[in-house]
Design a protein around this ligand. Structure first.
Ligand code: DHB
Ligand code: FE
Length: 282
């Protein structure tokens, strides 16, 4: 049976893709951000996951406001990345794992989650920037896992509640643990932490709220389900709603987790950049 190794979260700011392209790892602006990743690289090198579940939000490449699934799961042989207009090079396609995708979709629907299944899906910076951060050279890293993208709507209201996001993750855990292959799986949650890109509050960041979320998500994620969606927008910013993906990831890990590393740095572009690696009990 499959095993869940752990979960990793990171912000997915497009400017990071440019910094990677230009190798700005030691640049004074970027260094405190990139310093958060060597421990993640070491953990990945030690555990070598076979599959990666990448929980992200699409920002208008795979879906747009006219067709916005609340929860979508990729079931393709590969996932294309395309130019979104950020000036980033388009990466080669990422290898999929359709047999795992369909297993997850079957299990989630049996658990009464209404899923949009996608046999074709273009993936944006929300998916690819974390892959580049965790597997440098992605998708051509020698240990590149096969992947299942899961997209949550954090863009077009009504968005899911934090409670639903955590419950989604818990159902995903059940799906993954019942996959009949001796496989090692890592779950990613991308986006966040606090940020707002538009309107009068553009540039808004809330360190206190981010720390509250970071502290509770490790051992007390249910506490965070008390936050309403309105409160999440108010406290984390309009795009801070991306914290929903962190909650989905957390639900998939079960109760017994160990924090391996975390990093928090303000700001990268308009965002409070957060990274967290949680390992599941054996
Ligand atoms: C930024 C952050 C995001 O999460 C995103 O999707 C796009 C841009 C930013 O801070 O620039
Ligand atoms: Fe985003």
């Amino acid at each position: 049976m499959a095993k869940i190794l752990g979960g990793i979260t990171t912000s997915h700011i497009p400017a990071v893709g440019n910094a990677i392209q230009n190798e700005l790892y030691d640049d004074p602006y970027w260094k405190p951000f990139f310093d958060g990743y060597p421990k993640v690289h070491a953990w990945i090198a030690e555990h070598k996951p076979d599959y990666c579940i990448n929980i992200y939000n699409d920002h208008g490449l795979g879906f747009f406001l006219d067709q916005m699934p609340t929860f979508a799961i990729g079931a393709a042989h590969e996932y294309r990345n395309e130019d979104e207009g950020w000036g980033l090079p388009s990466l080669d396609p990422f290898p999929g794992a359709p047999e795992l995708s369909w297993h997850i979709i079957e299990s989630m629907v049996a658990d009464e989650f209404d899923i949009t299944s996608c046999q074709e899906l273009a993936v944006d910076h929300g998916f690819v920037v974390p892959m580049q951060l965790f597997w440098p050279g992605a998708p051509h890293h020698p240990d590149m896992p096969r992947t299942v993208p899961i997209s949550a709507n954090t863009v077009q209201h009504p968005i899911p509640t934090l409670k639903r996001a955590l419950a989604f993750g818990r159902a995903l855990r059940k799906a993954l643990l019942s996959f009949p292959e001796d496989a090692k799986i890592v779950v990613l949650g991308t986006g966040g932490l606090s940020h707002q890109l538009d309107g009068q509050r553009a540039g808004f960041i809330n360190k206190e709220f981010d720390q509250y979320c970071l502290d509770n998500i490790v051992h007390n994620p249910d506490e965070l389900t008390k936050i309403s969606r309105l409160e999440l927008v108010e406290k984390a910013g309009a795009q801070g709603t991306e914290f929903l993906m962190w909650m989905m990831m957390r639900g998939a890990l079960g109760d017994d987790v160990t924090e391996i590393t975390r990093n928090y740095h303000i700001p990268i572009s308009n965002t409070a950049a957060g990274t967290l690696l949680l390992e599941c009990a054996a």
